[in-house]
Design a protein around this ligand. Structure first.
Ligand code: PEP
Ligand code: MG
Length: 316
């Protein structure tokens, strides 16, 4: 019965009153593409390109090797949208040739875009490989940078994309509270935002995502995190640009409704969550999602926010 309900709910993501919310997949490489297609993903909202770099942590893979891997993912979504994140090395994903080994606090150190700006040749090779991989394909390519802190980071990334001759939309991940607080300023340089709620929670609550004892503070239902999501989505709306979510928060069906109510324009998640998010979204109107979002933000803790949203969405 559950299976029948899920099959019936296939197709593009939308609320019951037809407000469209594209449902995209998070993939780590070509091996994840089949599952994304089977789950009915409308594209890829987060292609974590780290996988390619993990084989040999002493140097970057060649441009040709990168082109082949990127092309496999792009070819799987003809006419679809694929958002590629440039290499996010450091902290929980260290690479010998990029990551300083002597940092006292790697999560607050040289990671993500910071290490790419220190190693321009690595970023340039990756951007050139992406440009070559997309050549001749009808795919709608978007490229984004992890760990953007401010407008100057966003500009440095956009400049590198232009210099590489990339014909794609350039975006910034919002994973650092400063980027959410000044989202309109970041949006002067890039065309879209994508909220990485895993890191955004880590940096908002000063709670290392790898420390299990702090899981309470990593809960994406925390009202303070929802406030930062709202700031980002409002800024994107004011600038006429999009603001998606690609962190784990999007995989929680009820939270996906709340994020929609906060004004997020697409949701990207691990493929296994897609059918459940699609089915739950399809049961609620946009106005209900907005009321659930307001109720969650009015709460003082994650459990209270969850209960408040649940009450609205179940029509209590
Ligand atoms: C995030 O931080 O939410 C995110 C999507 O990126 P990653 O989990 O790969 O750091
Ligand atoms: Mg992240």
């Amino acid at each position: 019965e559950r299976k029948a309900a899920l099959t019936a709910a296939s197709g593009p993501g939308a609320t019951s009153d037809g407000h469209k919310v594209p449902l995209l997949a998070n993939v780590g490489g070509p091996a994840d593409v089949q599952a994304a297609l089977e789950a009915g993903a409308e594209g890829v909202g987060l292609f974590r390109t780290e996988f390619l770099f993990l084989d040999d942590s002493s140097k970057a893979p060649s441009e040709d090797k990168q082109v082949a891997a990127y092309r496999q993912v792009l070819e799987a979504f003809p006419e679809g949208r694929v958002v590629v994140r440039v290499l996010d090395a450091g902290a929980d994903k260290p690479l010998d040739f990029l990551t300083p080994g002597d940092e006292p606090n790697p999560a607050l150190g040289v990671r993500g875009l910071r290490s790419l700006l220190d190693h321009a040749e690595v970023l340039d090779t990756q951007l050139r490989a992406l440009a070559r991989a997309a050549e001749g394909l009808p795919v709608y390519l978007e490229v984004m940078a992890p760990m953007v802190a401010d407008r100057s980071d966003a500009k440095a990334f956009a400049d590198a994309c232009r210099a590489a001759g990339l014909r794609a939309k350039f975006g910034a991940m919002v994973e650092i509270p400063s980027a959410a607080l000044r989202a309109r300023s970041v949006l002067q340089e890039v065309e879209f935002l994508s909220l990485g709620t895993n890191d955004l929670a880590q940096y908002t609550f000063a709670a290392d995502r790898q420390v299990g004892a702090l899981s309470r503070l990593q809960d994406p239902w925390q009202p303070a995190l929802l406030d930062l999501v709202a700031l980002s989505a409002d800024a994107a709306k004011a600038e006429g640009k999009s603001c998606g979510v690609c962190g784990e928060a999007a995989a929680d069906p009820m939270l996906a409704c709340v994020l929609t109510g906060l004004g997020v324009t697409s949701l990207s998640m691990g493929s296994s969550a897609l059918p459940y998010v699609r089915a739950t979204l399809a049961k609620h109107t946009l106005a209900q999602c907005e009321r659930a979002a307001a109720a969650a933000r009015a709460a003082d803790s994650a459990p209270e926010a969850r209960a408040a949203a649940q009450a609205v969405l179940s029509g209590e």
